[in-house]
Design a protein around this ligand. Structure first.
Ligand SMILES: [Zn+2]
Length: 177
């Protein structure tokens, strides 16, 4: 059987060559990030936030989801883990030509990290009024040396619903305990 990850990667390439519009492309990227987020929620009980780093030809370089609980590490955000994976894989210090798709607006720490690795574009799903650091809150990219392009609100409802469902279930579990 074909490796689903490989199938997705080749699908991305084929979609790129078919000259998708920017909206189609960012939606396509966000669907993979959502899949990562769902993995986090269903298999390990993490807050469902997923991230995928894409190379310019549309192939997937890294996929990650939140592992804060699993690793007992409050900095194990999906974006940071995806960056580390991409750097280890390529041996490159910077990811200048890459795009990250993440289901929730990056926090200040992740926004800064994405600027440090000089990522080209940040595509995010749900806005995070409380802890977001790009469009909301500290808006760290405004003061950053490298300012990635930011496209927010991509598949926003699906990303937000996934988070809301997770916290609802958590509350129900808490009430039942
Ligand atoms: Zn973060």
């Amino acid at each position: 059987m074909a490796n689903p990850r490989q199938t997705l990667a080749s699908l991305a390439v084929c979609c790129y060559t078919a000259a998708m519009s920017q909206a189609q492309l960012t939606t396509h990227m966000m669907h993979e990030a959502l899949r990562q987020a769902q993995l986090a929620a269903s298999s390990v009980g993490e807050v469902p936030i997923g991230a995928v780093i894409y190379q310019p030809d549309g192939t997937i370089l890294a996929t990650a989801h939140n592992l804060v609980e699993t690793l007992a590490d409050p900095t194990a955000h999906a974006e940071v883990l995806a960056i580390q994976q991409a750097i280890h894989k390529t041996g490159r210090k910077f990811l200048e030509d890459c795009t990250i798709a993440v289901t929730l607006e990056p926090c200040a720490m992740c926004a800064q990290a994405l600027s440090l690795v000089r990522i080209s574009t940040i595509v995010f799903g749900a806005y995070d009024l409380k802890s977001g650091g790009t469009t909301n809150g500290a808006r760290v990219l405004e003061h950053a040396h490298h300012k990635p392009t930011v496209l927010g609100g991509i598949e926003e409802e699906a990303c937000r619903t996934l988070l809301q469902q997770f916290f609802q279930t958590l509350r129900h579990k808490g009430e039942g305990a």
